[in-house]
Design a protein around this ligand. Sequence first.
Ligand code: ANZ
Ligand code: ZN
Length: 853
Amino acid sequence: MTNHYDHAKVQEFWQYVWERDDVYTLPADAEDPTYVLGMFPYTSGTLHMGHVRNYAITDAYARYRRMRGDDVLHPMGWDAFGLPAENAAFERKTDPRSWTEACIRRMREELETMGFGYDWSREVTTCEPEYYRWNQWLFKRFYEAGLVEYEAASVNWCPDCETVLAAAQVEEREVEQSETSENADGDAASRVTERSETSEGASHNAVSPETERVCWRCETPVNRRELDQWFFTITDYAEELHDGLEALEGWPDGVREIQRNWIGRQEGARITFEVPDADGGEVDVFSTRPETVFGATYLAVSPGHDLARALAETDEEVAEYVESVREKDPSDVGFAGVETDATAINPLTGEELPVYVAGYVLEDVGTGAVMGVPAHNDRDHSFAREHDLPIEQVVVPSTPAAHDSLESGPYTEDGIVEYNGDTEDGYETDYDGLESDVARGRIVDEHDELESDVTYRLRDWLISRQRYWGTPIPVVHCEDCGHVLVPDEELPIELPEFVRTTGNPLEEHDTFHETTCPDCGGPARRETDTMDTFVDSSWYFLRFLSPHLENAPFDTDLADEWLPVDVYVGGEEHAILHLLYTRFFTKALADLDMLERREPITELKSQGTVLYDGEKMSSSKGNVVAPQEYGAETTRLFVLSAAHPEQDFEWTANNVRGAYDLQQNLYGMAAAFVEEGDTRVEREPHDEYVSREIDRTIAAVTEEYDRFRFHRAATEIQELARLLRRYRAYDQPHDECYRRGLLALAALIAPMAPHLGEECWNKLRGDGLVVEADWPTPEHDLENYRLERRLVDTTLADVRDIVETAAIDDPERIELVAAQEWKYDVTRALEDHVDAAGANVEPTSMIDAVLDG
Ligand code: ANZ
Ligand code: ZN
């Protein structure tokens, strides 16, 4: 039989035809195409199942939109800079560029083998000078707009990667569970290992002793370094990044929530304490609970605070403490601290408070200083216990049983304020008895020393990396002129050849870093830091619009017409980092008048994980199934039909078999129809039923594709296939009706399984491509059909019930007979029979009566 579907041959043939006919290139005259984008892969070496799932989703949607008549922009490129290439180059005695290029060749071939339909004329590779020159150019525009800072800062340092990390690249990990690292496979979809809830922002200014802070890439515990570093001031956009989330209705709630937490908007007040020893005689603290100021029993500043630095100059003990925590990560500092000679005056009580330098107070959060309220704040409570400081309760639960004792822990909820209490050191105010939030508002309003304030936990984006394989930062350092930007005409600053060394190879290149100052012509040193690779991925979606443009990073007119990205699909681990940076870039570019849009993405889909034996499928767990193992079509069909894109699913051979069988069946039906003929011309009543079921399926599948429910589309398609098989098995099918059904199957499955779609389409029609075909439309008005269908279903169910009770073992026959009679006839026949036979009718005879007509 020729009905076996030989996937290798079929794939190869149709891939050849698609390329020959150039079907995926966006037409030159396209206006406002539908922009469908999958997160471009990190060039780690080979495609894995996560990629396949990601790109099967975008490809199915892109194909569906194309068949619906849209012009579709569906490009692909390579996130090609980054540390893993340097590591691989080391291990394999090659250089990062050769390694990366080899990876790209392999991965592109793998994408093509899977039959993904990309407009390859727009391929973008971030490690090419024609791409990264624009990183340098944009860096300069950001600099001119005041969005770049060069600062000495205490930064997160990964001793293993030998580079600094952005705040968002440091993850919190529970100390007990020391997971094996995700290997050097730094892929965009897999390199972020299981990010714990806490590091996603629930409280990333909190220091919790049970967790340690580790490198996102290699999971080595990070420490601190003081370095001069380049930052993008993403914090300038904290408010807009936060407030804009509300309107991003096409984004998953989970992603928006993670961003919201990461940005960490906090309402509260800035409170000024008089501190005679401080510069200016004052220290400001930020508190979310200003009404607890009556319970403050000390003041604490971070080791990097001006006051700490000043006191260290004369106070040996302070100096020692500051030094001891300087290169420690805050999570290792615990609740140690040192009491100073300074004192602070509580602005509301007039009480004199001791002043501490404490590592748990973070330099870059709020004002870098806190009022210690041990009765109501966890960290302050721990600190007070460690240093024997008084604990004064000023808020009580509104229901007394809610909290027993401050010995066990602080009372951190809102409640009723009680500044007076029964104690002698209480304060007489007219706030007592008010709810916390009411007191909070009034106290801030009524005192000049308190001013309402909003802070964000978001930190500026540290973009310096002390590594080779990234975009050189376009700056030179001149002894006389300070840091000077390289003139635009000299861009790109190209990466010199790679040298093997332990530190940053760029520092080994005299010819690279020895240069002259563009301003004064004197000797200068070129910046040897390169940019975080997240800079590359923050705007690549714009480069796809005009990938070969030579005088600008992207065509601003096209961007205004074509943006935002209509659908963006990628791993859920990108909720912060990439997706936040991309939003920031879009806003910054809008303020540079290069874009009208302020949000880059309309609809975002985060695809779930592919599991194997309950664990994430990944090379480090040794449980990968190579995408090619089962053929492109089976794999694509399976990853799409296994679950909703946002859900995890388990890879099992059994379920894969289901996808394989569906393929064989659809193909077998088309082939048998063409080869065996045996159809009928005259129309019969039950053709009507089949015809309407075809229509119903078209409508349902259309709706499922619109909603990204490919798994449900697959089920609908499968059901129609089953019906058509029965239709043919029972009787000669009506030629036109059956052909229409088979063509509908080919078209409906094509976005998910395009090779199969083409093969069936070609068998049935002899010419034309299904990728270029119109999406099928129903023949009938379906408005009443759903209702009718429900009645039919009921009838069929009744019939089936009876059949089962009567143990008739040919339910398919019954079903088609019932269909043949159409709903009214079936119902009437049953009713007539019941009437005729009276109440004591035997089910078997009843069915027989119906079957016999
Ligand atoms: C006094 C106070 C009383 C606070 C109270 C809270 C509860 P969370 O705790 O995550 O909501 N804070 C401010 N700046 C800080 C810094 N630089 N380092 C460490 N902690 C800092 O965050 C808000 C609280 O974090 C602020 O409100 C402050 O403690 C602390 F019953 O002030 B609060
Ligand atoms: Zn690291």
